[in-house]
Ligand binder design. Structure first.
Ligand code: BGC
Length: 432
């Protein structure tokens, strides 16, 4: 029942620029909204108006005793047109980062989280290897601008999710359904990460700073056959696991590009040397896919969240073990959370995941809850709430939820006492 966190283990929260900032930036998600592709028609140009309300959000975070914050910055704001840098956007983020520092909150900065400026999207984004130079000069700019304030970076968030949703399922911009493009994007993003890893280290070194830590946020899930005795399902599960996460994880972590990414490897990429391209393992974990065919599926009779995703805490450790076997590094859970619109089982969800973490021998040192506050959940829009803090989208009023109070108390206690368990966890039930 009780949990005692390990000494070097900290709780934090995560967010992403496009999901909270709002504003009419010229990027692919505002464009996707204009094309009528958001299910509840909510507008990312509104979101939680964090670009204006960032100070208030940082204050709430500090009041909640949060000391670690994974945040993003918006490329389309910093570089609104090809070759143009908006210095006021840079100053804005510097002010925010400085304020967080003053409040004792350590930033983990995500450079790319699904969103592209339209000038980059229109030239084929990560489909084309010749576009990588644009991303890499942006990375350079980011580190030169914020390197004195930030030592920890996520180069790219969930390249596998970006590539499959945008280029295989066609549900995200640019809405393509092409296997070969999906592979090209995965390959190019892996190259982009490796080069970004080197750039970030070398620039900060030139700045005389040697505490740099870089990784990519790896969306991993368990793929299990719905029926473990069914050989076809077992083969599909293995294949999907490999195509969705196995091959790309290996490429991004070690520079070892194998089939099918190898076949998508362009000439320039041949210069990539095998090596070690992460300083910590960054895991975004939500659910398991139960495999009956070549598609996503939810295990019959399992606990589920409001989006129908299975709640399967043990999967977090199963995934973490695999990644740790590939390269032994400290582990940060850079995202974990759930869609629970009424906040009726979020505390239990968090507790169940922290329990498996605390029982594991793996060196998991951080846990960033997804998300700090409700926000623009991509094609689900405002209808899917993942936050510890409730957002009233009409008034933009922020209210700390019950789960948010639980979170603060866990930070204070460095664990879950019996009292906390009885108050926050015990009364909650998952849906089936
Ligand atoms: C993404 C977040 C998203 C969350 C919940 C992750 O895949 O990084 O941007 O909001 O999942 O769907």
């Amino acid at each position: 029942m009780e949990i005692k966190f390990k000494e070097n283990f900290s709780l934090g929260v995560a967010s992403a620029a496009t999901q909270i900032e709002g504003g009419e930036c010229d990027h692919n998600w505002n464009d996707w909204y204009q094309k009528g592709k958001i299910k509840d028609n909510s507008n990312p140009a509104i979101a939680t108006r964090h670009y204006e309300l960032w100070k208030q959000d940082a204050d709430i975070m500090a009041d909640m005793k949060i000391r670690h914050y994974r945040l993003g910055i918006e490329w389309a704001r910093i570089c609104p047109e090809e070759g143009r840098v908006d210095d006021s956007a840079i100053q804005h983020y510097r002010d925010e980062l400085l304020y967080l520092k003053e409040k004792g909150i350590k930033a983990l900065l995500t450079i790319h989280h699904f969103t592209n400026p339209m000038w980059f999207e229109n030239k084929g984004a990560f489909e084309r290897k010749e576009n990588l130079k644009d991303f890499l000069s942006y990375v350079e700019l980011v580190v030169k601008s914020f390197g004195d304030l930030v030592s920890e970076y996520i180069t790219i968030n969930e390249p596998n999710v970006y590539a499959t949703n945008s280029y295989f399922f066609g549900q995200w911009p640019p809405g393509e359904k092409s296997f070969s493009k999906t592979l090209a994007v995965m390959s190019n993003m892996a190259i982009a990460h490796i080069k970004a890893y080197e750039i970030i280290h070398s620039i900060r070194k030139e700045m005389g700073l040697d505490d740099t830590k870089v990784s990519f946020a790896n969306h991993v899930r368990v793929f299990d056959p719905e029926n473990p005795k069914n050989i076809k399902q077992r083969i599909y599960a293995k294949l999907m696991d490999y195509l969705f996460q196995g091959a790309i994880t290996k490429a991004m972590t070690t520079g070892n590009f194998s089939w099918p990414l190898k076949s998508a490897l362009s000439k320039g990429a041949k210069s990539i040397k095998q090596g070690e391209y992460i300083d910590f393992i960054a895991i975004n974990y939500y659910t398991r896919t139960s495999v009956t065919k070549f598609d996503d599926g939810t295990r019959k009779g399992s606990y589920i969240n409001d989006l129908g995703w299975e709640i399967y805490p043990e999967g977090l450790i199963r995934c973490a073990k695999e990644l740790y076997q590939l390269l032994e590094r400290p582990i940060y859970i850079t995202e974990n959370g759930t869609c629970d619109n009424n906040d009726s089982f979020r505390s239990k969800y968090i507790y169940d995941h922290l329990k498996v973490i605390s029982e594991s021998k793996l060196p998991i040192t951080r846990y960033y809850h997804w998300c700090f506050c409700d926000n623009f959940e991509w094609v689900e829009g405002e209808s899917a709430r993942f936050g510890l803090v409730h957002i009233n989208y009409k008034t933009q009023e922020r209210t700390v939820k019950n789960s948010g109070r639980f979170y603060s108390k866990m930070i204070e206690e460095q664990g879950v006492t019996e009292e906390l368990y009885n108050e926050f966890v015990k009364p909650q039930k998952y849906h089936i």
